[in-house]
Design a binder for this molecule. Structure first.
Ligand code: DNO
Ligand code: MN
Length: 370
């Protein structure tokens, strides 16, 4: 398991590479060129420039999160072919710069969704939270009309006022698009990009939907074992893989995370893992917690053990952390609690190792045992 840390770049992150480097066991950072508009090809010189910033601190840069997918690809519009060609160019350029894994997601319109970015826990820390009632009673078109009439935005990521007209248009375009249509559009994309990923030996790794159910009436197709199985079978190649995000998939109780890890690792489809814990409530709401198994509903010991027993050699990053010790950082992405998460996760890993659980032979440098 290679321990990594997400970094949003020197202008967009309060956490520095010097700080990240001091976390024990840290091998590298996961980053992206977030200023390049979605759909455009990433220029090689920009990738190399970012890589040099990172490697000059003695950290590796082998995972991208994310190269986002243009909505026209998700919608299956005729213009998708140009955007797919750009994506192929990006894959080639990333490979030339030594990138091994590209994380992406296929969620229409929004990335992750929460109702609260700073829910206060009993110890005074704050966390991201999802209250079903707050999200699921919203009719997006009514909300957008209200936003248009007032000068207010809606205080969730993705709902910024500047995006108002795009959002209206996008919601209209997704009307009538079913889950099967979205699966077909993902398949079309994968059939074009996986051969390039194979040729350049880059692993594509789809991130699950967060939360793993439909929000605002939009279709979502990366929610559970069946969805993931369908996706990895669309193009049967280890280069068509998964970012196994325990916090996203764990919000659906039906998902048996250790079992899914063992299964998808046995097919060598997990090059990258996000590990975090969440507390699930009986009504389906959840909030994020510290990483320990006893703090939330995910059994992180069983999750790490499943990875360990699968001979996992891929990349792992702690996912969101709580905001603690008065840190002022991007919600979910402070230094302190994610660093504590790293220590817990590596403690679990090391304890398995010293208990003598056999290490399996690895057939792939950046994935799971075959
Ligand atoms: C949340 C993250 C996601 C993830 C993207 C991957 O913080 O896990 O935003 O980066 O969905 O494309
Ligand atoms: Mn994640």
């Amino acid at each position: 398991m290679k321990i990594t840390f997400r970094w949003f770049g020197k202008d967009d992150d309060s956490v520095t590479l010097n700080q990240i480097k001091q976390i024990p066991g840290m091998t590298g950072v996961v980053s992206a060129l977030s200023d390049i508009p979605v759909g455009e090809a990433w220029p090689l010189n920009r990738i190399v420039e970012l890589k040099e910033q990172i490697t000059s601190k003695g950290l590796r840069f082998e995972v991208i999160e994310s190269v986002n997918i243009h909505e026209d690809i998700k919608l299956g519009l005729p213009t998708r072919d140009t955007y797919i060609e750009n994506y192929q160019r990006t894959i080639r350029n990333l490979a030339k710069a030594g990138i091994k894994v590209i994380c992406y997601n296929f969620m229409p319109v929004f990335d992750w969704t929460r109702s609260d970015l700073a829910k206060e826990l009993a110890d005074g820390s704050t966390v991201l939270a999802y209250e079903k009632a707050k999200i699921e009673n919203i009719d997006p078109m009514i909300l957008l009309d209200q936003m248009e009439k007032s000068s207010q935005g809606f205080s969730l990521p993705g709902w910024e006022r500047e995006r108002l007209s795009t959002l209206k248009q996008l919601f209209r375009m997704y009307e009538g698009l079913t889950e099967d249509d979205l699966f077909a559009n993902l398949q079309y994309f994968l059939e074009k990009v996986i051969p390039v990923a194979e040729e350049f030996d880059v692993r594509m790794a789809i991130h699950p939907d967060d939360p793993p159910w439909s929000v605002f009436g939009l279709p979502r197709i990366v929610k559970n074992r069946n969805d993931l199985e369908r996706i990895v079978n669309m193009v049967d190649s280890p280069h068509n893989g998964i970012t196994f995000c325990t916090g996203s998939l764990g919000a659906n109780r039906v998902n048996d995370l250790p079992e899914m890890i063992k299964y998808f690792c046995s097919r060598d489809r997990i090059p990258f893992v996000h590990i975090r814990n969440i507390k699930l409530l009986d009504n389906g709401d959840f909030y994020e917690t510290a990483h320990r198994s006893c703090d939330g509903s995910n059994d992180l010991y069983e999750i790490v053990k499943a990875l360990y027993d699968s001979g996992f050699t891929g990349y792992m990053r702690p996912d969101h952390g709580r905001m603690i010790w008065n840190e002022d950082a991007r919600p979910g992405y402070g230094l302190y609690d994610r660093a504590l998460g790293v220590m817990y996760l590596s403690g679990l890993w090391d304890s398995l190792h010293s208990a003598g659980v056999p290490v399996h032979p690895f057939h792939y440098e950046h994935g799971c045992k075959k």
